[in-house]
Design a protein around this ligand. Sequence first.
Ligand SMILES: Cc1cc2nc3c(=O)[nH]c(=O)nc-3n(C[C@H](O)[C@H](O)[C@H](O)COP(=O)(O)O)c2cc1C
Length: 361
Amino acid sequence: MPDNPLLLPYERGTLALPNRIVMAPMTRGRADDTTGVPSPLAGDYYAQRTGAGLIVSEGIYAHPLGKGGPGIPGLVTPAQVAGWREVTGAVHAAGGRIYAQLWHVGRMTHPSVLDGATPVAPSAVRIVGEQIFTNEGLVDHVAPRPLTLAEIEETVAAFAAEARNAIAAGFDGVEIHGANGYLFQQFHAENTNRRTDGYGGSPSGRLRFTVEVVEAVTAAVGAERVALRISPDNPENEIAEEDAQETYRTLVDTLDPLGLAYLHVIERGAYGALADLRPRWSGTLVANFNGPEPTSPDAGENVLDAGLADLFSFGRHFIANPDLPARIASGARLDAPGRGPVYGGGAAGYVDYPPLAQPAI
Ligand SMILES: Cc1cc2nc3c(=O)[nH]c(=O)nc-3n(C[C@H](O)[C@H](O)[C@H](O)COP(=O)(O)O)c2cc1C
């Protein structure tokens, strides 16, 4: 048995993983921008990374208004489902497991990405301090339009439909993207949720949309194939959560009885989310650190050693090290990206990072 807990197998519920290393979801912007069908290279890209115990796909929009930028894929149309079937087929043929990340960006998009439509959000609160990348380059954000109650209902149903599409496309499960300042966290945070109806106000009001989506997705595909990603107290994308501890304790206490496949917690901000939420979550917990530099394998190992999580997810190191788990196992060097763009483009910087040469036997 290896000493490093990242390399131990993990079995719980529907998860049967050869190691505890998760490939974190990473947008790469290479889908067909018109159709939202994943790149024909996506199957190779993910298949190269099946050394991970579990892969979480890049964020995939659940609703056309949830698309956040050029080249983001969807899981709404039959052509998109067919495109993803190729990807999951390639991953499974290579012996891997892959969850689809279900995404809606809320206000983090622009009319030029949405065929002229105004972005939607809990409330009409515009991002003022940063710009957004579109096909026309970086532009100022527009004020989003508050979702009506009928649209909230429609969006909840869109997530359930996306989850069914994901299973039809061969994904092993789905992860709802409740993190990083996108639609769900815009509902959670006081500065972006000014609603006075049942979807705002108290923690349970601000959490209602998230809970309804988790319940609808669970009803659609079964709790054992549903996960949720959160980033308590994450200030990214102009989010300000005044009481992250109370909000996320309430969320975790509400969702724990459902028996989800896992909870994916990004530790960020002043609130020590992992230590606080770990004892309240009885299921599998996946941890991630989102700092200025790619998280080191040692940091992940320390989190598992400390018992703060069951699995650890790495993002940036998987870009240039498709065989990251093998490199962690052998203590080999980690390469840095640089062969091509992270977002957008084709094969360069995407599927052209080689695994380390295997020693001759
Ligand atoms: C290029 C890139 C794209 C990302 N796209 C997503 C995404 O689609 N969904 C998501 O939840 N997180 C996304 N993230 C965040 C990562 O999942 C992860 O939290 C972050 O990279 C920190 O982990 P690391 O230090 O191992 O890189 C992205 C990060 C990067 C670098």
